[in-house]
Design a protein around this ligand. Structure first.
Ligand code: BES
Ligand code: MN
Ligand code: ZN
Length: 496
């Protein structure tokens, strides 16, 4: 799908389908009125016939008058006075639904009046492109014949007013890159775990580095990890035939001297729990335990695509958590890369182990900020459900910037406290700490564990266990939180 922004009136569009908004009580938007004129009153007579009264989220297709002519979709926006961001988001989803179900390969959307009060045209473009991208996403590589019809829509023209042009154009570039990054993350997440194991994940990072020359890749294999002393990563991978990997993609879009923002993604390509084996139900979904890593790779793709003037390092810490004769046991004590020792009381709390060594390793980049992204705790789903990521960290400004970016991109994050008192739950009788903190506040104690390895830089942690994928009939990766992180990075680049 390719988007473009234009200030030409929609009545002049040659696209197969034109979409215009109408407000409640059949009030044509300005674009709809001008289109109505061009169509000799076809829109207003349809409305007069009572076919639609502009109720929110309704769509009405007025077929083309003749072969080769464009059809029109009247998009109900509800009462003009009540029109707001929430309505606008719903309208975008309604547009996405109609357009991806139609056979036409091109569409024109009049969006000037879809911009809600207190929002800029760019916001609407981002919302619309994300909605269309989501509706058009397919993961069919493993199916013999396609059950869901492919989306024909290829070209989408966004019609705006002259004064909205610049903002909308910029947002269009950004949102297309974000969409490409999200889709990349979704593809990686959905790929089955027999095909996506740590080496394959590292390979896909190398592919990105080949595609974008600005990305410099470093891959540490199990031998390099041993020499380094990354024993926590190695301990998690020990039960698998597929050895672990630590990967960095280094992007320098600003001067060499500028401290980078470092992203660290949990890349457990399958989490059986290890010797502390998980129950069987829905265990297939633990292929999504690498969605933090997928997010990092998706973000790096978008960053490189947009040539952001920022230094960003994307790190993926990857292992497969399997039970085996060589696997780590509950009771094992390991010495992490930081020198701190950990008593592994539950081998299913493996995410924090692969992350802790990575958090120590990234000190070498002298980061301005470090953000880790991980499907870390089932407790996060209990606390916050599937709407929001959890954010915790040691730096209020960083946390606030992430929350703000989450709100702006509607890929939200909600803060949980990281008070010292919770650290007590990680006490071990035999090592510097245990890798679990008991049932209460599981998301917080997991972050407390990470905090002990992130003391030397501003750090935030995103627990994405509830948002990274959907279960049930719609099972699949969501690409979250690529939009949140991209908004954050774009904000950072703009603040310079
Ligand atoms: N990957 C899981 C967390 C998870 C579980 C995310 C279900 C999404 C859905 C993680 O490695 C894990 O198993 N965590 C344990 C920690 C516990 C042993 C302290 C959990 O949440 O049960
Ligand atoms: Mn686990
Ligand atoms: Zn896990």
């Amino acid at each position: 799908m390719k988007f473009s922004v234009t200030a030409v009136p929609i009545s002049q569009s040659k696209a197969r389908l034109r979409v215009v908004g109408i407000f409640r009580k059949r009030k044509l938007s300005a674009a709809a009125a001008s289109l109505d004129e061009a169509l000799d009153g076809a829109l207003s007579s349809t409305l007069k016939a009572g076919e639609s009264d502009g109720d929110a989220d309704s769509t009405l297709l007025i077929p083309a008058a003749a072969k080769g002519m464009p059809g029109t979709v009247l998009l109900g926006l509800g009462p003009r006075k009540e029109y707001n961001a929430k309505r606008a988001r719903k309208a975008c989803r309604a547009i996405a639904r109609v357009l991806t179900e139609r056979p036409g390969d091109s569409a024109a959307l009049a969006i000037a009046e879809l911009v809600p009060p207190d929002h800029d045209p760019g916001w609407l473009v981002h919302t619309l492109v994300a909605a269309l991208g989501d509706a058009a996403y397919r993961f069919n590589h493993y199916k013999g014949k396609e059950e869901v019809p492919p989306v024909r829509l290829q070209h989408i023209d966004l019609h705006v007013n002259e004064d909205q042009l610049e903002d909308a154009r910029q947002a269009c570039l950004e949102s297309e890159a974000i969409l490409a990054g999200s889709n990349h993350a979704r593809d990686l997440g959905n790929t089955p775990p027999n095909d996506l194991y740590p080496e394959a994940l590292a390979e896909s990072a190398l592919d990105l580095a080949k595609q974008y020359r600005k990305l410099k890749a470093t891959v540490l294999d199990e031998k390099a990890l041993e020499e380094l002393g990354a024993n926590a990563i190695l301990a998690v991978g020990r039960g698998s035939e597929r050895p672990p990997r630590l990967v960095a993609l280094d992007y320098r879009g600003a001067g060499k001297d500028e401290a980078p923002i470092v992203l660290v993604g949990k890349g457990i390509t399958f989490d059986t729990g290890g010797i502390s084996l998980k129950p069987g139900e829905a265990m297939d979904e633990m292929k999504y335990d690498m969605c933090g890593a997928a997010t990092v790779l998706g973000v790096m793709k978008a960053v490189a695509e947009l040539k952001l003037r920022l230094n960003v390092v994307g790190v993926v810490t990857s292992a497969e958590n399997m039970p085996d004769g060589r696997a780590s046991r509950p009771g094992d004590i390991i010495k992490t890369l930081s020198g701190q020792t950990v008593e592994i009381l539950n081998t299913d709390a493996e995410g924090r182990l692969v992350l802790c060594d990575a958090l120590t390793w990234v000190e070498r980049f002298k980061p301005r900020a470090v953000i880790d992204i991980a499907t870390l705790t089932g407790a996060c789903i209990i606390a916050l459900g599937h709407q929001t990521s959890a954010v915790l960290g040691n730096d209020a400004d960083l946390i606030d910037a992430l929350k703000k970016a989450g709100t702006a991109s509607h890929d939200r994050a909600w803060e949980l406290p990281l008070w010292d008192e919770y650290q007590e739950q990680l006490k071990s009788n035999f090592a510097d700490m245990a890798n679990i903190g008991g049932r209460p506040a599981g998301t917080i104690t997991a972050a407390c564990f990470l905090a002990r390895y992130a003391e030397n830089y501003p750090w935030a942690h995103l627990d994405i266990a509830g948002v990274a994928w959907k279960s049930g009939k719609e099972k699949g990766a969501t690409g979250r939180p690529v939009p949140l992180l991209m908004r954050y990075l774009l904000d950072q680049a703009a603040a310079k």
